[in-house]
Design a binder for this molecule. Structure first.
Ligand code: PMP
Length: 350
């Protein structure tokens, strides 16, 4: 704290991102990145843009990228809002689409950026407990609120909510925006984007950081009714008119154009997820059913913190949360076959 700080900053409780260690030889399974890297076509597109684009401002509306994403999802470009990673898209959603006076609802175990945005924008929130088996219960989202947000699949549990239950939440809250954060949807879930024409209160957020392996490029987007998108554009243009630079716009477009690469990455992650799950079960872990590119697992005897430390000493980083109900668990990103083998061998030795 300093006398130069605004009182608003004194009260902020910021998000703490997962560790990005400098050492190159670590097996890094802690921040749910894609181990396979982006399509070579993304690199080519960025290279081409580098050759003659940097002098000029980017397209503030990202029209060409929105057209590409719209064609892919069979929607219109007017239904898409682009941001500098889905974290920024979410920030604008909290500012622009959630009501004050009634609490925003989100699961009690979920993405820890949500309470941070509530603090930033002075929005009241209420955490909705998950069931015994760490699932979202749609019934519990049928109560007065200023808006609803949950990841599907949820993070860090990996548990997926079937679309019929997402619809129950939408139907129960016709006058509130319901945000489905689909950062991990491509690893076996079904996207709620197919529902946006049916529900004007639905906003779906997605990212290119996971399945498209572009966490470093920072591209995310939201899909919903054009009225919702207009609100987000007002917020964006009151904050930063050019959230996506030219390299990001070009790279993201190329990523959508190489569907074969995307499918192969997702299929490989899914088959490795099933293999790692069986191996860990064989080692005495309970692994929650996951439709994400990570698993959430607890050992019957050994505490999560001890296991995380033991792996770290072997150069393998996984995520451990010192939080109620989940402190026994490890969240483990699915890596390459070699990385996953190292993880399994590392756990066997503990
Ligand atoms: N939502 C969830 C549930 C996440 O886990 C993440 C990644 N940390 C994000 C959104 C943000 O992803 P990005 O900003 O890289 O698009």
């Amino acid at each position: 704290m300093s006398k130069f700080w605004s009182p608003l900053v004194n009260d902020l409780v910021p998000y703490v991102p997962g560790e990005q260690p400098k050492m190159a030889n670590l097996v890094k399974l802690n921040t749910n990145e894609n181990p396979f890297g982006p399509s070579p076509k993304v690199i080519e597109a960025i290279q081409a843009e580098l050759n003659d684009g940097l002098r000029l401002y980017p397209d503030p509306e990202g029209e060409s990228l929105r057209e590409t994403i719209a064609a892919y999802h069979k929607i219109t470009p007017e239904q898409i809002f682009l941001g500098n990673g889905s974290d920024e898209v979410l920030a604008h959603i909290f500012f622009g689409l959630f009501q004050h006076g009634e609490p925003i609802l989100f699961p009690d175990i979920t993405y820890s950026f949500y309470p941070v945005y509530c603090g930033l924008y002075n929005i009241e929130s209420k955490k909705v407990p998950l069931t015994e088996s760490f699932e979202i219960n749609p019934e519990d989202f049928k109560q007065p609120n200023g808006g609803v947000i949950f990841p599907n699949p949820n993070a860090p549990t990996g548990r997926y909510l079937e679309l019929q239950h997402v619809e129950e939440i939408l139907v129960a809250n016709p006058d509130r925006v319901v945000v489905v954060d689909e950062a991990y949807i491509d690893f076996g879930g079904e996207s709620a984007i197919t529902l946006v024409d049916k529900y004007p209160n639905l906003l779906v957020s997605q990212t290119l950081s996971k399945a498209r392996s572009l966490a470093g490029l920072r591209v995310g987007f939201a899909v919903g009714h054009p009225d919702l998108i207009e609100a987000l554009n007002r917020v964006k243009n009151s904050f930063n008119s050019y959230p996506l630079d030219r390299l990001a716009l070009a790279g993201a477009k190329a990523a959508y154009e190489d569907e074969a690469w995307f499918r192969k990455c997702c299929d490989d992650v899914i088959s490795e997820r099933e293999r790692v799950t069986s191996a860990l079960e064989g080692l005495g872990f309970e692994v929650l059913p996951s439709k994400a590119n990570f698993i959430f697992a607890r050992h019957k005897e050994q505490p999560g913190e001890v296991l995380a430390k033991g792996l770290r000493e072997q150069g393998i980083i996984v995520r451990h949360f010192n939080k109620p109900r989940i402190s026994e668990f490890l969240r483990i990103t699915i890596g390459t076959v070699e990385q996953n083998d190292a993880l399994i061998a590392g756990l066997e030795s503990l």
